[in-house]
Design a protein around this ligand. Sequence first.
Ligand code: MG
Length: 240
Amino acid sequence: MTPPARRLPPLRIGFDMDGVIADFASAFHDVERRLFGPKAAVAAESPEIEAAREEQPAPAAPRPRPTRPEQRRRRDAIWEAIHQTPDFWTTLEPLDPAAVPRIHEMMLRHCWEVFFITQRPATAGDTVQRQTQRWLRDQGFDMPSVLVISGSRGMAAGAVRLNYHVDDSPQNCLDVVADARAKPILIVREPDSLTENSARRLRISVARSIGEALDILERVSLAKDSPGMLDKLSRMVGWT
Ligand SMILES: [Mg+2]
């Protein structure tokens, strides 16, 4: 009797939320406009920076004088308003409305195991995990696995044994390279040769959008059972 063909384990793929799937920057500037008028003055930093700031113990000594006190005051007020908005994380727009349904379709077709990973800080209302799950469900992904973490993205990628991870933060991609065996795809929306060249030196693949990252993952999934094709693809997209 012929033994059954050995099936390779499913690919385990991680997706960062803000800046990859959800448009946090626009929501941040909407709050800024509501509080301070039409002129945007504060860059929308990623939510993980605010989350890390909140986790730091209160300083024993007075903080050093900020170089841009007005910007700091605005940023703190914007974050305070975000914290007070019930279920803020359910109010974001998707960066690409086709992306979540496409991830869902690819998950089913390629038998992926998918993890949405985030360091969003808490707001009024539901937990960050439930807000993020509800948002993903409303976008077209039933039963999403959402990991709300603190600390290194690489440790999380290692703990859940990711094969691939998509992120818009060079630091998170670097963590994934350093701490886990996952291959990262960095989203760089605008051409930026400095970031793109250093990413490639560090064996981080680069994509312009979540759509382009999913194109890479489609090719990876199709080449999964053919080591030769997978090696060739890995060289083409910068992982080796
Ligand atoms: Mg992000």
